[in-house]
Design a protein around this ligand. Sequence first.
Ligand SMILES: *Cc1c(COP(=O)(O)O)cnc(C)c1O
Length: 400
Amino acid sequence: MTGMTSSARPLLNRRLAEFGTTIFAEMSALAVRTGAINLGQGFPDTDGPEQVREAAVRALRAGHGNQYPPGPGIPELRTAIAAHQQRRYGMEFDPDREVLVTAGATEAIAASLLALVEPGDEVIAFEPYYDSYAASIALAGGTRVPVTLRPTTDGDASFRLDLDELRDAITPRTRLLLINTPHNPTGTVLSRAELTAIAELAVERDLLVVTDEVYEHLTYGDAEHIPLATLPGMRERTVTIGSAGKTFSFTGWKVGWVTSTPELVTAVRSAKQFLTYVSAGPFQYAVAEALALPDTYFSDFRATMTAKRELLATGLEDAGFTVFRPQGTYFITTDIRPLGFEDGFEFCRALPERCGVVAVPNAVFYDDRAAGAPFVRFAFCKQDEVLSEAAARLAKVRTQ
Ligand SMILES: *Cc1c(COP(=O)(O)O)cnc(C)c1O
């Protein structure tokens, strides 16, 4: 017997063949087996505001959203999303025509690419990139064209975009730029100058832009999140993606959204309606309330995460890593070479046994695996005691 099919043809189609199980599954299993602290996958170990959780319970009990909600999302949430974009960025969106609720940012990304990309179109994404980008581009039949963010030690160590590389990557077949700021895994927040240059290229070459801004509320120090759609010429060509998961620490709810022009929202909705159709009914009511929380919620959240960033970054520095202090997100990318290691995969596979900590090799987020080889990512969306214990364990990384 050779399996259930009569031919030698592989079961998994060729668009998905290169995507095995994600590194997160392997590393989380390793964490469970070894009892290590899991700083690999980026989910908070504390739930978001009690008030928001209660709003979900109330909605569920009141029978709000227990049956299929409207395809574009409940009006209360679409109105709250539009109000959030207005209050925070001064952008106007019509809740009825320019907002679409999705099953997390993940579905928003997939639906945008499925809607806007023809087979053979090229999609430019910055690498290292969030793992669903490559799979979504592939599902859409597009060709992914990575542009590598390069480590620099000018000023604060960070990963930056080489605008010449981006310009050179654009061809007549380029359809779309897939941007992520604040950027996972590097923590880079694109500056106004960088965003302006990207916008000028998009306008000049008449490209669509999909921008993943799920970490919009997680910026540190002087870094400021600027939505690409606020720049000249971008409102009409940009699909902006947000999510409640990271901002409100409810990653299991999977409530995300798209804001764009009526035409682009209609296109994305055409794909979305055949993916999940709708999702998260009662949670949509709760997220509508969350988005209307006072500014203090967002500033307190940022302050809490700033302290956690400091706690883990200092621990990693003391342990001997080169630390790229993130300007945004809840991840820290490190370079392991000062510790005498070269290969992040090997390092991460051995780390749970050696130190009792799980991290993720950034190479999984690269096409150019060599470019990502020495970098390793740690998540700091964990309780302070967990981060302190992880730092204490990592202090022994040189000697064990
Ligand atoms: C977590 C994450 C997502 C997924 O968001 P969901 O709302 O949970 O689907 C998308 N993009 C980036 C960069 C992320 O880190």
